[in-house]
Design a protein around this ligand. Sequence first.
Ligand SMILES: Nc1nc2c(ncn2[C@@H]2O[C@H](COP(=O)(O)OP(=O)(O)OP(=O)(O)O)[C@@H](O)[C@H]2O)c(=O)[nH]1
Ligand SMILES: [Mg+2]
Length: 225
Amino acid sequence: MGLTNQSTGKSALKEMLDIQMNSADVVVALAGNPNTGKSTVFNSLTGLNQHTGNWTGKTVATARGNYKYKDKNFVLVDLPGTYSLLSNSAEEEIARDFICFANPHATVVVVDATCLERNLNLVLQILEMTDKVVVCVNLMDEAERKMIQIDICKLSKLLGVPVVGTNARNGKGLSELMKAVYGVSHNQIVTKPIKVTYNDTIEKTIEDIETKIDLEKSNICDIDL
Ligand SMILES: Nc1nc2c(ncn2[C@@H]2O[C@H](COP(=O)(O)OP(=O)(O)OP(=O)(O)O)[C@@H](O)[C@H]2O)c(=O)[nH]1
Ligand SMILES: [Mg+2]
């Protein structure tokens, strides 16, 4: 997909969601590895008020629903589970496209508290794409049962974004989650995502590609003028 004004931002969001959006709506993506409790979070927040729709040009269905918080309408999009933004399947591609190109006001990454390390791979990838992120450490009850302790505050400091512990099955932590999402999407919480540094060869290649993209972008602007 080419990164033009037509393929990113609001128009992409409208295309991907295939819905009439109110400009005051706050769009929140729910991302995460498979089976981390995304749909349980979704159902708890939206009260099962979900609408399953087909993504434009794709057969994979996803769900969206609404919840209200502080008089604002939040449109929650329950994305297919994905291990990585380097998509391998049509479902993963949808999650990747939405996170990277639809420009949601916030992205909640739901991770499994019982296998945090594996789940943090996707968190770091998403933090490279957007700073409007809240990490939801779900299945805290299961972690407790397995005697796994998670220092939520320290994790938040390390990642540079809000982190909330939840048990989505009984609704624990969800009001804190809504508060964090409100703060991030309304710029009341300023995040400072951790920056991943790669080895010299990769960093140099990224720099070269960035230069080429900047050049390409300035050429497009010239044509528009
Ligand atoms: N114990 C416990 N179980 C949970 C919690 N959250 C979700 N579950 C359970 O975990 C299972 C998977 O939950 P889903 O909400 O379907 O997970 P998902 O991330 O939407 O899964 P995919 O869409 O397949 O990626 C279900 O059996 C849920 O009831 C939680 O906080 N604690
Ligand atoms: Mg699901």
